[in-house]
Design a protein. Structure first.
Lengths: 371, 246
């Protein structure tokens, strides 16, 4: 998959120029950090909700595989303009056309070639927000997509097979009823009138009538066997890739001072809420999970766009030591993975000043709050 | 209250300890002082004195000392024996009182004046004359014990000390109240903050659950693109495509 890099963001009169590597946007509570975060998602067409009623226009410039792409969206509009090589297209947010455009640009790879997969889940995974942690099932699907599993394809085929199975079973019942009915009719007719080749006539009529049913049954058997086959392969790939992420995830958690006993497994950690973990610990571990994915995704075997945008409140009820350790982990990761772009929204002033791309405290908050 | 103390910092605990200690010391000091003890004692004999130095105008040198003893207490002092211990020699003296005075007894430089009683607000006046300055100590013995009499002029100093002790008591009490109030406020704030963070966690859990439900409800938007793309096709056609294409 190609990497996605943010180049610049313009929210009305506020300009932000992003760099490779770490980028920090510093601001106190209510200074507009999350608004900027939401503006990026809004400009990319990943959300329909209005970011802030006082903002009128957002322009975002990104770079995909060395190619510059611009996104422009007026607040309140369901459409966004996307320009590339001087050509402008208009897409509806979250539409399949936008999905197709982004998929084409980012070129994620899946086990089976399919145009059914959505790029939005993959991109959403890169945005760490308070709200994002809520969609556990979607997160698990995102991880699956990152591992190259055809989540949408498998899901839609499974649904179709289920629907067809129901239809076939209904057909079988119908056939049984028709069989019984035709048998009784034959008996009665044989008693009253003499018709030549009555049995064969009825059988051939039934045969013609139920031909379509049999076709569907055959299709169901074939589809099921094919589905089992690709599911088995997908599971195999998924298991091996998840195990790889899991190993890195546990080792990073250990480095951050978290014990393995917190988690019974990566899948369980993502899908369900641990009673033994506080919300802060869980948010922090999810941040570690994204770092783990970024670490294993260096080799390009995963569908990860090499971008992390972090607006989660990491130090919530967490001791400062774990936070500092996580920064060391991040530094190591940035050192090893030069292609990774990391954007963090933080209230902490002690971040390296050379990496601060916007200090909302210095300018008295985003203009919409300052006014 | 104990929870408030438990949540205090070391600085506040030390301040509280110092305030309580000051309060106790001042309270004990005030309780033991004459000003307070006189309230409860039955008799309180105080003395005032006045010295006059004679000069050449009247062709007479010497000193006239007037010692006035008065019972300021609430009740009479019975079987009083006033003992005046002179430092040099016993001067000439004259006794006047509104009570009956017994026969004075002189032993060395000690003068003992017996009185059957010295009622409340009664006094005994001793007028003395000597060529040299007159100096002495006085104490009295009555049914309640042996008491030293201090000159009334010291009362002002005593009152000042009492005032200081009262001030210390008031200040230390105010300090204790203020420290407790501050500690209670801090404890209340801490409790509120704990509740707030608990509520936030609960809200997030609720949001979490709602988020999961939302994902399930909105599933067609996220995961079944194929279904949307090919909604016009029948299930059979889609599965047939799936078998052939994949």
């Amino acid at each position: 998959m190609n990497s996605l890099k943010l180049v610049s963001l313009q929210i009305d009169d506020t300009h932000i120029h992003f760099k490779d590597g770490p980028n920090y946007i510093v601001g106190n509570n209510n200074s507009g950090k999350t608004t900027v975060f939401n503006c990026i998602r809004y400009a990319l067409g990943l959300t329909k909700s209005v970011v802030h009623k006082h903002i009128s226009l957002i322009e975002l410039e990104v770079c995909i595989n060395g190619l510059g792409i611009g996104f422009r969206r007026e607040v309140g509009s369901t459409y966004l303009s996307v320009w590339q090589k001087g050509v402008t297209h208009k897409y509806r947010a979250l539409s399949k056309e936008l999905d197709r455009f982004l998929t084409e640009a980012l070129s994620p790879t899946y086990i089976y070639e399919s145009d059914a997969e959505s790029i939005f889940a993959l991109l959403n995974f890169c945005f760490l927000s308070e709200e994002r942690s809520a969609n556990r099932r979607q997160q698990w699907e995102s991880i699956n997509s990152m591992c190259g599993v055809n989540v949408s394809l498998l899901s839609s085929v499974e649904k179709d097979i289920y629907a067809l199975k129901k239809e076939v079973s209904k057909n079988k019942e119908l056939e049984k009823i028709v069989d019984e009915f035709s048998r009784s009719i034959t008996v009665r007719l044989k008693e009253s009138v003499k018709i030549a080749d009555l049995d064969s006539t009825i059988e051939s009529t039934k045969e013609r009538f139920f031909d379509e049913f049999r076709e569907k049954e055959g299709l169901l058997i074939n589809a099921m066997s094919k589905f089992e086959e690709i599911k088995e392969r997908s599971d195999l790939v998924l298991r091996s890739k998840i195990a790889e992420i899991e190993d890195v995830f546990f080792s990073l958690n250990h480095s951050a001072g978290f014990e393995r006993s917190f988690f019974d497994g990566l899948e369980l950690f993502i899908k369900s809420r641990s009673k033994t973990m506080s919300y802060g610990e869980e948010t922090f571990s999810r941040f570690i999970l994204v770092l783990a994915v970024a670490k294993v995704a260096q080799e390009g075997r995963y569908n990860f766009p090499q971008l992390i945008i972090n607006d989660s409140y990491l130090s919530f009820d967490l001791d400062n030591r774990s936070y500092r350790r996580s920064l060391n982990i991040l530094d190591d990761l940035m050192f090893m993975n030069k292609g990774l772009q990391y954007i963090e929204f933080t209230y902490k002033d002690e971040v390296p000043s050379e990496h601060v791309v916007l200090n909302l405290n210095a300018q008295g908050g985003l203009h919409v709050f300052g006014s | 209250m104990s929870s408030a103390v438990n949540q205090m910092g070391w600085g506040e605990k030390i301040s509280l300890g110092v305030s309580i200690l000051s309060f106790l010391v001042a309270f004990i000091g005030l309780t033991l002082s004459d000003s307070v003890s006189k309230i409860s004692s039955k008799a309180d004999i105080v003395a005032t004195n006045d010295t006059i130095k004679l000069n050449s105008l009247i062709n007479q040198n010497g000193y006239i000392e007037t010692l006035n003893l008065k019972n300021r207490g609430r009740s009479a002092s019975k079987n009083v024996k006033l003992i005046v211990e002179f430092f040099v020699e016993i001067p000439k003296f004259e006794l006047t009182s509104d009570e009956d005075i017994g026969k004075p007894e002189i032993k060395g430089r000690r003068l003992k004046i017996p009185l059957e009683r010295l009622s409340s607000n009664s006094n005994l006046k001793i007028t003395m004359f000597s060529d040299s300055p007159i100096s002495y100590d006085i104490n009295y013995i009555d049914d309640s014990g042996n008491h030293k009499i201090t000159m009334y002029r010291e009362t002002a100093q005593r009152d000042m000390l009492d005032m200081i002790l009262i001030l210390v008591i008031i200040i230390s009490l105010l300090a204790v109240v203020w420290i407790y109030r501050r500690a209670s406020e801090s404890a209340l704030m801490a409790t509120l903050e704990t509740h707030q963070s608990e509520i936030q966690v609960k809200l997030r859990e609720v949001r979490d659950e709602i988020g999961n439900i939302e994902v399930v409800v909105n599933e067609p938007n996220s995961s079944s693109t194929a279904e949307l793309n090919e909604s016009d096709k029948g299930i059979g056609q889609r599965l047939a495509d799936f078998i052939t294409k994949i």
